[in-house]
Design a protein around this ligand. Sequence first.
Ligand SMILES: [Zn+2]
Ligand SMILES: [Zn+2]
Length: 189
Amino acid sequence: MAMNKTEAAAREAPEKADDPGREGASALKERGIRLTRQRQILLDLLDQSGKHLDAESLYKLARGKDPKLNRVTVYRTLKLLKQGGLVDELDLLHYDGDQHYYETRAKQEHAHIICLRCGKVEEYFGESLQKLRKQVEEHFGFQIVLTRTEVGGYCPHCQVLRARELALAAQEAEASPAVPRTARAGRKE
Ligand SMILES: [Zn+2]
Ligand SMILES: [Zn+2]
């Protein structure tokens, strides 16, 4: 009896053993995105532009490099790059509607400082960002996968323009209080 059991176990064993190469291969397949030509074109464009491009601008630039690229391919490729962790998708506080923007993840962690008037985007690379990350990890025992820091406000240039605009609006309100719209249509030339 015992002999039979052992024999059965011995026969089963080779079938149960995992193929050691299998897990590594599938993990690689999952993580490593194969860089096809269009993927490389998009990554290069994002790297070179230094800006945060929306999908449509990226598509137009990519067409310049390869006229055969179509919109669907570009959008799909972007999605794959995002899923593969090679590209970050940003909304930049939606300062320009529902637009999303893309940048490569090769860059060091940074915050986006967005002017809500002119849409200029600055990048802030400060040690405090890494500090914040560390503190959150320690405090919550959290394993951080991604972070986004976005700051909205007015750039120095727009602060000046806004102050002027506000002053002008106040002056106009004082000069013509409660005048109906139709009457104000032909105001100072
Ligand atoms: Zn501005
Ligand atoms: Zn950025």
